[in-house]
Design a binder for this molecule. Sequence first.
Ligand code: PEP
Ligand code: MG
Length: 316
Amino acid sequence: ERKAALSASSGPGATSDGHKVPLLANIGGPADVPAAVDAGAEGVGLFRTEFLFLDDSKHAPTEEKQIESYRKVLEAFPEGRVVVRVLDAGADKPLDFLTPADEPNPALGVRGLRSLLDHPDVLRTQLTALAKAAEGLPVYLEVMAPMVADRIDAKAFADACREAGLKAKFGAMVEIPSAALRARSILQEVEFLSLGTNDLAQYAFAADRQVGAVSRLQDPWQPALLDLIAMSAEAAKAEGKSCGVCGEAASDPLLACVLTGLGVTSLSMGAASIPYVRATLAKYTLAQCERAAAAARASDTAEEARVAAQAVLSGE
Ligand code: PEP
Ligand code: MG
């Protein structure tokens, strides 16, 4: 039955009444592209470029090496969308040449965009390599920054993209609660938002994503997290811009319906989840997704939110 449901579902992601929700893949490099293509990904919603940097923690990869890797990914999605995240070093992904060694709380320290703004040469090389890699290709390149906290961060990133001559849309990840709370202000500087729900949960609940003992608080069904997501999606809608999700939350088929109901405009996930999310989304109308989202947000706990959304969607 599961197999039948999956084969019945191919093509672009959409609700049963035709509301389109592009289903994109999270990848770490060219090696992940075949699985994304096989799963029918409509593009890449999160290219985690740090894997390219982890080979050598003393030096950044050369511009040539970066161009080669980016081009392989961009070539695989002609006419598709590829969202590249600039280097997200620090915290769980330290790099000797970027990350301060003596931080008491690395997750709250110089990581993500913060370390790139401290090392503008590294950011410049990466943006230049992306601009060159995309030259002459029909792909829709989008570039986004991790760990944007406020409008100052968003502007600094947008300025760096413009200075590098990047012909791409530039966006901000929403992974810090301050960015969700002031999403409209951030959208004055960038063209799209992408919710990193793993870090957004970590920072909203003060619960380290690497500590199993606090995993209850990392549950993406937590109503407080859903509120932050809704806030970001509403801000993007008001500004006429897009707001995707690229954290693990997007890979849960039921939650994908809820995210759609909250106003999220695309979903990016590990390739293996795409067929399941596509099949589930195709079973419900946008109005049903919206009702499920409202029921989840009206709940007090993650478990209640899940049960409430399921009840709405199964017509109970
Ligand atoms: C996230 O934080 O949800 C995210 C997509 O980024 P990463 O998991 O790479 O930190
Ligand atoms: Mg993150």
